[in-house]
Design a protein around this ligand. Sequence first.
Ligand SMILES: CC[C@@H](C(=O)O)C(=O)SCCNC(=O)CCNC(=O)[C@H](O)C(C)(C)COP(=O)(O)OP(=O)(O)OC[C@H]1O[C@@H](n2cnc3c(N)ncnc32)[C@H](O)[C@@H]1OP(=O)(O)O
Length: 309
Amino acid sequence: MALCAVRRHLLKSSSSCCGAWARLLQRGCVYSSVHCFDQGEIREKLQAFPGGSIDLLKQESGIAVLTINYPSRMNAFSGSMMVDLEERVSQLESWIDCKGLIVQGASGTFCSGSDLNAVRAISNPQDGMKMCMFMQNALTRLLRLPLISVALVEGRALGGGAELTTACDFRLMASGSVIQFVHKHMGLVPGWGGAARLVRIVGSQNALKLLGGALKVDPELGLQIGLADGVLEVPQAEEGAVTLLQRAENWLSHYTNGAAPVVQAVKKVVLSGRELPLSEALRTEKDVFGTVWGGPANLQALASKTKHR
Ligand SMILES: CC[C@@H](C(=O)O)C(=O)SCCNC(=O)CCNC(=O)[C@H](O)C(C)(C)COP(=O)(O)OP(=O)(O)OC[C@H]1O[C@@H](n2cnc3c(N)ncnc32)[C@H](O)[C@@H]1OP(=O)(O)O
């Protein structure tokens, strides 16, 4: 699959100082034409299943909010929403000032996975695999964005919705929420990359239990096994109360405060440490270090001569 223009730009700009990072970005597309994957063909097929939207709000603060918006279907992913998601990820890849991202569902629930009406219509193996490859590409690129992302789980995250939570760096669960990999109940396993990412988050033993038992993960269990990074109380719906989203932004701000290039560099070095072989990860770290050493934030910190406690 030809790299989109923005990733070509990123590769060009980053390859000059960060060849390994460029290779990691290039890996952003798990599937390409060499895997008989035709992005245009599957996009067209998915567009045939309309409904809902994926809304993106980019804020001055450098924190964006991505909303899975199909309340009448408990925020299930229609085909056109899968295409929307890929387009929003492309927009985020070209957002130079990005620092953080909160992924949420509309109307008090997260996401109930694929739209079962669409699933029934593309239930043949070929189309199902193409949908999986499309979503694996999109969610891998989401996880590899040079920003710090949080899935804000309110209500239920089921099936592909549970997989979407694993494509974020962190998961915040609202009181009473549930993350459930229901795939086994449907005679399936995750297909959007959720199993591969879940093993890396909670370990293979816990992943086997969550998938094998289609266990309901509530906030307490989520914290216990490391799937949840925090629990947020659902605020009373009274005038002026701090909203759940504001609480999530406050939580995220502890990791995204500071200059955008530095926050982006933090994610890049962690990402390469997690995904690249050690020598390549070290070279990437050196290259990324070179992009911030002597940069505005570094020079300002040195000039301030404040003693950091
Ligand atoms: C790779 C993974 C991917 C795949 O294999 O393709 C999947 O994700 S498969 C889908 C996995 N998800 C599910 O199986 C969840 C199905 N939904 C439910 O279990 C329930 O709807 C709920 C989410 C637990 C909510 O239950 P409840 O509060 O009782 O509400 P309703 O069931 O009445 O739902 C309201 C409304 O929403 C429609 N809905 C809900 N989920 C989906 C969905 N995934 N696809 C399509 N439509 C969905 C539901 O049909 C209701 O609509 P109406 O009947 O028209 O009111």
